[in-house]
Design a binder for this molecule. Sequence first.
Ligand SMILES: O=C(O)[C@H](O)[C@@H](O)[C@H](O)[C@H](O)COP(=O)(O)O
Length: 223
Amino acid sequence: MELKEYPDSEMMMMDLADRLAGELRSCLARHDFASMAVPGGTTPGPVFDSLCGTHLDWERVHVMLTDERWVPESSERSNTRLVRQRLLTDQAAAAKYVPLYLEGDAPEDRLDEIEESLKDELPLSILLLGMGSDMHTASIFPGADRLDDALHGDRLIVPMRAPGAPEPRVTLSAKVLKGAMSTHILIKGQDKREALEKARHLSPDEAPVAAVLRDAIVHWAES
Ligand SMILES: O=C(O)[C@H](O)[C@@H](O)[C@H](O)[C@H](O)COP(=O)(O)O
């Protein structure tokens, strides 16, 4: 793991957006397309705001989420809504979006279709993850009902229900996350820094983020 500390979150967001743009460019120079998975939640918005205005061949960029809450796009809780509003806009409006949510009562109803659509996107060229102070990443939560499948199973995508998550979720599995060509984790605040230090000494079963730490660059700013 590499830890990159920034003087403030504004610099972190700009620097990370530049870095992701550089990685996308170099990937597109070598491959037909680049696949990039990004988190939802409250932290990554400013990275999206900066990245979406970057000039690159967005038509060959495939964007997906690392995890999604099982709610329609009209919900404030939808990560798709966040990505559409803040990343898939401006220059990046030309990117292809690969959804993890399809209309349906429960993730299980549409899981096979979602998994099928992911197959051609792997391995991920670029993975950007968030982390909670409970050490979850994507929607792989400690104590979740299908934690074992998500960490150790063969599926690409796993439905999740967890005490810390108000609605059912779907998450890319650890197998997919660990296969990414480049992994960045974006965290802010002292509580998450402490959670990160703790996770470094725990197993993924106790601290799911530990599953992806080895090859990751962690970007941190206190505020
Ligand atoms: O849907 C989600 O909530 C995310 O994809 C999730 O994995 C997120 O990255 C962490 O929970 C951190 O969330 P914050 O950035 O809001 O702290």
